[in-house]
Design a protein around this ligand. Structure first.
Ligand code: PLP
Length: 228
């Protein structure tokens, strides 16, 4: 790591603010989710020392092992990778939000486990590019799944997340982000009681500025923080 994490974070926040200005948004609507998968507790600690408070991991086991090694008690942790049903118990115990709910079975398991603790905020993962190798529900399945999830007492549906098809050109991701916004709007317009579709988890290191222009509220950024 050559750049100090403070400088990397500063640059990201500056770019988020500029993207907000271009699109007439309030920067307070956008949260930086620092993706700390594969990074050591020491590296994560250095970023937390610079003021980052929201971190995400893509593997339950890795998050569980690393979390106790960090001195910052007030950090918020999100899960952004696939969740196996046999890891639901640990996931509910350690994460503040799950971005990757893509089946009623998983949603039901999460609800049953979380019900005794607190309603767990979750996002529905949408496979906007309909890529067979990717997790997420197809856009047309999103509304029926949202209706079913809304009946589960232990989870609180708060929005949608996507990992669009990979492209080198950030601009090429824009139509996929717009597709996620359409899916979100369709669910929101259905007026389902008990859900709140404010969160749009989209944008990574190479395309987060485009994602913010399109309405992202949670940008998931790893390499631009840890190896800028
Ligand atoms: C790794 C990962 C990211 C961060 O990717 P970078 O390109 O390093 O910013 C974001 N979202 C998910 C789901 C990831 O697995």
């Amino acid at each position: 790591m050559t750049t100090h994490p403070a400088a990397a974070l500063q640059l990201i926040h500056t770019r988020i603010a500029a993207a907000c200005r271009r699109s007439g948004r309030d920067p307070a609507e956008v949260r930086l989710v620092v993706v700390s998968k594969t990074r050591t507790p020491t590296e994560i600690q250095a970023v937390a020392d610079c003021g980052a408070t929201l971190f995400a991991e893509n593997r339950v086991q890795e998050a569980r092992d690393k979390r106790p090694m960090l001195a910052h008690p007030g950090l918020e942790w999100h899960l952004i990778g696939p969740l196996q049903r046999n890891k639901v118990k640990i996931a509910v115990d350690i994460f503040h939000m799950i971005h990757t709910v893509d089946s009623l079975e998983l949603a039901t398991d999460l609800s049953e486990r979380a019900e005794r603790i607190r309603p767990l905020p979750v996002l529905m993962q949408i496979n906007v590019g309909r890529e067979p190798q990717k997790s997420g529900v197809s856009p047309e399945m999103a509304l029926p799944l949202a209706r079913a999830m809304a009946t589960l007492p232990g989870i609180a549906l708060r929005g949608v997340m996507t990992i669009p098809p990979w492209t080198e050109q950030p601009e090429a991701a824009r139509p996929w982000f717009q597709a996620l916004v359409r899916t979100r709007n369709e669910i929101a317009a259905a007026g389902i009681p008990g859900i709140d579709m404010r969160e749009l988890s989209m944008g990574m290191s190479n395309d987060y500025e485009v994602a913010v222009e399109e309405g992202a509220t949670l940008v998931r950024i790893g390499s631009a923080v840890f190896d800028p």
